[in-house]
Design a protein around this ligand. Structure first.
Ligand SMILES: C[S@@+](CC[C@H](N)C(=O)[O-])C[C@H]1O[C@@H](n2cnc3c(N)ncnc32)[C@H](O)[C@@H]1O
Length: 302
């Protein structure tokens, strides 16, 4: 089961109230949504989006509230998705980025280096032929392009050696499953790195591939801007990110809004999980929450 991260803090910053219309752009199992629903009551409305149709179906079975609209889609299209559901403005939005524990452990789509699964790594569960997968990157991209994403999205210092060995290996036999990739990474990295107990030698490569497959960083700012445009004045945006590249984008987004006097930053420093939360849920350890409130428009109509 996925345990919602920074749940209490998210709700405190989002401040959902009776009758509010709230967007949960990454609803997954509805951990945050269920708390939001309690706060907004029957007169409120919750719009939840997720790319993963399988998880969303389970969430539909669990959340029976009539005022919850659950949409299978990509939050890059959130303006369209909301418009199609007759929602013009919102009183708050939450983005809890990345993947859930359920996707990591149970999706069978190759997110975990501890399980031998096909190399997909897509948040979408219902793939069509044109969806990019980790298999495509590993077996079809050039050595340079593979090396570049491992370095850029994983900050993997052995990116070149890993990319070289991926290309060498695939010339003999396609790299099909996660364990094929794990073997290549192990052969490409020195013993002290392979045997590091704090961070597994595969973590950075797997993270980089997942980010590239799901296009996670590209235009994140643009997607936050879409949600921002829909917010009523005085409403809040809450974003939880799980790696420094993502957090930097969120931080800059908030800073730009503050400099332009469009919003007030509510988290001067990112909020991080308590030691107790990390003990109960180790997946929360790298989480960072940032929040910003939209300013009231000072334009006064005559
Ligand atoms: C960390 S989980 C959210 C967990 C949820 N807040 C909870 O507590 O149950 C992130 C979810 O976002 C979804 N997701 C990631 N990128 C997305 C995108 N661009 N559009 C829609 N959903 C996305 C993933 O499929 C995943 O289910």
């Amino acid at each position: 089961m996925h345990k919602p991260v920074l749940l209490k803090e998210s709700i405190e910053f989002l401040k959902p109230e009776k009758g509010d219309i709230i967007l949960d752009a990454t609803i997954n199992g509805g951990g945050h949504t269920q708390e939001i629903l309690k706060k907004i009551g029957e007169k409120g409305k919750l719009i939840g989006i997720d790319q993963d149709a399988i998880i969303l179906q389970e969430t539909r079975n669990k959340i029976k509230d009539e005022n919850a609209i659950l949409i299978n889609g990509n939050f890059r299209d959130l303006d369209e998705l909301l418009k199609n559901n007759n929602v013009e403005k919102i009183d708050g939005a939450i983005f809890d980025l990345g993947m859930s524990t359920v996707q990591l452990e149970e999706s069978g789509r190759g997110f975990s280096f501890r399980k031998n699964e096909p190399l997909l790594m897509t948040f979408r569960s219902d793939l069509n032929g044109s969806d990019l997968t980790a298999y495509d990157i590993i077996n079809k991209w050039s050595e340079k392009d593979i090396s570049d994403i491992l370095y850029k999205y994983g900050e993997e210092k052995y990116s070149r050696r890993i990319a070289r060995n991926i290309v060498n290996q695939r010339e003999r036999k396609e790299v099909k499953n996660t364990f094929d990739l794990v073997e290549i990474i192990r052969l490409s990295t020195p013993p002290f790195y392979r045997n590091n107990h704090k961070i597994n030698c595969c973590t950075k490569t797997f993270q980089a591939l997942r980010i590239a497959v799901n296009n996670e960083l590209n235009a994140l700012e643009e997607r936050l801007e879409k949600a921002w445009q829909l917010l009523f004045s005085g409403s809040r945006l809450v974003v939880i990110s799980f790696h420094s590249l993502e957090d930097r984008i969120v931080k800059n987004f908030c800073k730009n809004k503050s400099v332009a006097e469009e919003g007030k930053i509510l988290t001067k420093k990112p909020v991080i999980p308590s030691e107790e939360e990390i003990k109960l849920n180790s997946a929360s350890r790298s989480a960072k929450l940032r929040s910003i409130e939209k300013n009231y428009n000072e334009f006064i109509e005559l």
